[in-house]
Design a protein around this ligand. Structure first.
Ligand code: FES
Length: 164
């Protein structure tokens, strides 16, 4: 004679038919983990390949000014590589040209040329950068100004790229 055992309340609310449930065997779990690891390894190889084969961005060659337009100790503002990127070309007393981004590396104010100090000064927080290599000389900036790669071609100074 069978006796009726009362069903627990939770079994009524969450009925699970254990005999119909699909168990995952250890072998199936191992297969799943191996396949997942293989996919991740493949994705890493793909990402590494893309990183190695990606080329540096190409910058336009752009005429900045005629050499004779910039006196020794003078400077000229220009935009490079796009119209949204202000830059400054400086010529020292010896005639050497250097160019840098005009955007201060502290909080992005525009730097101005101070030839007597051989510096590019930022009026916002009294930052200062060298006109020789763009390194910070004073104030809060800690990173140098990005250098614009330039070249003298005939009577002109041209921009070729940005040093990164
Ligand atoms: S923004 Fe140039 S020093 Fe602060």
């Amino acid at each position: 004679m069978r006796t009726h055992t009362p069903t627990a309340r939770w079994r009524e609310d969450f009925p699970v038919r254990w005999d119909e449930d699909n168990y995952m065997t250890r072998r199936e779990l191992a297969k799943f983990l191996t396949l997942g690891s293989g996919l991740l390894a493949g994705a890493n190889v793909l990402i590494a390949f893309i990183g190695l084969t990606r080329q540096a961005p190409a910058f336009p060659v752009q005429r900045i000014a005629a050499v004779e337009d910039i006196p020794r100790g003078g400077s000229l503002l220009f935009r490079y590589p796009t119209a949204e990127d202000p830059c400054i070309l400086v010529r020292d007393s010896g005639g050497r040209f250097d160019a840098f981004s005009q955007v201060c590396t502290h909080l992005s104010c525009a730097v101005v040329h101070r030839p007597a100090e051989q510096a590019l000064a930022c009026p916002c927080h009294k930052g200062s950068f060298s006109t020789v290599d763009g390194r910070p000389l004073a104030g809060p900036p800690t990173r140098r100004l990005p250098r614009i790669l330039i070249e003298q071609r005939g009577a002109d100074v041209v921009a070729l790229g940005i040093e990164v």
